[in-house]
Design a protein around this ligand. Structure first.
Ligand SMILES: *Cc1c(COP(=O)(O)O)cnc(C)c1O
Length: 396
């Protein structure tokens, strides 16, 4: 049988591992030794569960959409991560990691952010736990995401604009790693997705697996069995998708559909479809699929959705795609926009642009009647309103 979870060395098949500078070796190996015992401890479980319930608002509902179901001829449920505190699934991970950091005696938190969603989720839990927080953000992103920058500052975080490279997420991540190298003893780096050196992809997937644990319970109530025929999720780095599929990886009856960002088209030169376009390489501490030139320079990704605009992909998803456990579709900007406006008008839910990529993937699959589909709506659309207003005339 294929093995889809991490092995003892921190690999998913040929992807994963920990490619880190010598100076970080001690703190990454401390984290590797500590994360599972902490996550399995009674104190962590109690704190994590109660914060997810009372602070985040979990369990997030599993909503049956009549409109989507009649349109696609299957039973379509939306897993409502958009209803979480701070508006997306990212808070599940930041709460878990700050609890782990506290147990390890760390006193300072750093993070990278692209659009600012992970930065806000990190600044939020740092306010909650009264820990100082520094967020690295590309200067280009600082300029285009002013509301999130102001939110992080209001929450007490220091936002550092990064001026290297293209001044976006990849450069912010490099800068966060540089900070970590200078303060390895007291600082925990909260990575925002299933990326980075082992044990991050596994730790983040486990923290997000609350999504699939809840789906199991909710499907028993609604369908009388604990698994769907299909799971659908969007992938940037892959954390909401990993959380959605985690409990179902070994159940081959459950088909996995992933939506990555096609941008203006996979062959347009303006895309973030890493699984379609990527080749194996090492970035930000792990071996995975990367958008890169023949001599290994990272290609600048493009997507209308800032959360999917990353040149790499979580090693778990690279492995699921390679072994064909997951089917991966590249969804273009216009397909995502259309799906977002449809959900808004038909269900009264304005989704995040990232989540709209998952919605658009429904059109790429032919479902048999009565098949049960669970699609994770990773976040709400508040942060994307400006983009939506710009395109409203074209799509409504
Ligand atoms: C950040 C973000 C994503 C992409 O991140 P993953 O790690 O791939 O889940 C998707 N949806 C929303 C709403 C986000 O904020």
């Amino acid at each position: 049988m294929q093995k889809y979870l991490i092995d003892e060395r921190g690999y998913y098949g040929e992807f994963g591992g920990a490619y880190i500078p010598e100076i970080l070796h001690q703190c990454v190996s401390d984290l590797e030794k500590a994360y599972r015992p902490i996550m399995e401890s009674e104190r962590f479980r109690a704190d994590f569960d109660s914060l997810l319930r009372d602070y985040v608002g979990r369990p997030s509902p599993l909503y049956f959409s009549r409109q989507l179901s009649s349109r696609y001829g299957a039973k379509i449920y939306l897993k409502r991560e958009d209803l979480n505190h701070t508006g997306a699934h990212k808070i599940n991970n930041t709460i878990g990691q700050i609890l782990i950091a506290r147990e390890m005696g760390k006193t300072r938190i750093i993070a990278e952010t692209g659009a600012g969603q992970h930065g806000v989720a990190t600044a939020t839990v740092c306010a909650l736990m009264q820990m100082p927080c520094t967020v690295y953000m590309g200067k280009t992103d600082v300029a285009r995401q002013q509301v999130n920058v102001k939110k992080m500052e209001m929450l007490g975080a220091t936002v550092v604009p990064v001026t290297s490279g293209n001044m976006t997420l990849k450069d912010a991540t490099n800068e966060a790693i540089r900070d970590w190298c200078s303060h390895p003893a007291d600082t925990h780096y909260i990575i925002g997705s299933t990326i980075g050196p082992h044990p991050y992809p596994d730790m983040v997937a486990r923290l997000q697996s609350v999504i699939s644990k809840e789906i199991k319970v909710q499907l028993v109530e609604k369908e009388g069995r604990d698994y769907p025929d299909y799971l659908v999720a969007c992938v940037g780095g892959g954390s909401n998708a990993a959380g959605t599929i985690y409990e179902y990886l070994d159940n081959e009856k459950v088909k996995i559909v992933l939506a990555e960002a096609g941008g203006k088209g996979v062959d347009s030169g303006e895309s973030a479809a890493t699984i379609h376009l990527g080749t194996a390489g090492v970035l930000h501490g792990c071996r995975t699929l990367l958008m890169q030139t023949e001599d290994g320079q990272i290609t600048e990704p493009y997507s209308i959705s800032a959360g999917l605009d990353y040149p790499g992909i979580g090693p778990i998803h690279a492995h699921l795609a390679k072994t064909k456990r997951a089917q991966v579709f590249a969804i273009n900007d216009d397909e995502a926009l259309r799906a977002a406006f449809e959900l808004t008008r038909n269900d009264g839910i304005i989704p995040a642009l990232e989540s709209a990529h998952a919605l658009a993937a429904l059109q790429k699959v032919t479902f048999a009647p009565k098949e049960v589909v669970v699609l994770t709506l990773s976040g709400r659309g508040d942060k994307d309103l400006e983009t939506y207003f710009r395109y409203e005339k074209e799509f409504v």
